[in-house]
Design a protein around this ligand. Structure first.
Ligand SMILES: [Zn+2]
Length: 100
């Protein structure tokens, strides 16, 4: 038996909770934070409950930041640097967003 449309048969796994669900019911998660730029990307998937719990905070470059910070640091140092870097970014964002 052929299932149609073909994507109905695709199952994906939620990267947050591990639930297997039909691709059609999943939300695409783009680790680059821009799921509208499809390019040649492969998307990961989230189930809807996990997608709802996602932070919608700006996260431009956060994965890059994690990679940058992550080399050879122990966990405490990594966290300290991460918090410092994120704090800088937040201050920048708040600075830009404020209207006086
Ligand atoms: Zn999930």
């Amino acid at each position: 038996m052929v299932s149609w449309p073909p994507w109905r048969a695709d199952r994906v796994t939620c990267i947050a909770c591990g639930t297997s669900l039909p691709r059609a019911d999943a939300r695409e998660y783009d680790k680059h934070g821009d799921r509208w730029d499809r390019g040649e990307k492969e998307f990961e998937h989230l189930c809807k409950p996990c997608d709802r719990e996602l932070s919608r905070c700006p996260r431009d470059g956060v994965e890059d930041l994690l990679c940058e910070l992550g080399d050879g640091l122990d966990q405490a140092e990594f966290c300290a640097r991460y918090m410092a870097a994120v704090g800088d970014r937040r201050r920048e964002l708040e600075g830009h967003g404020r209207r006086e």
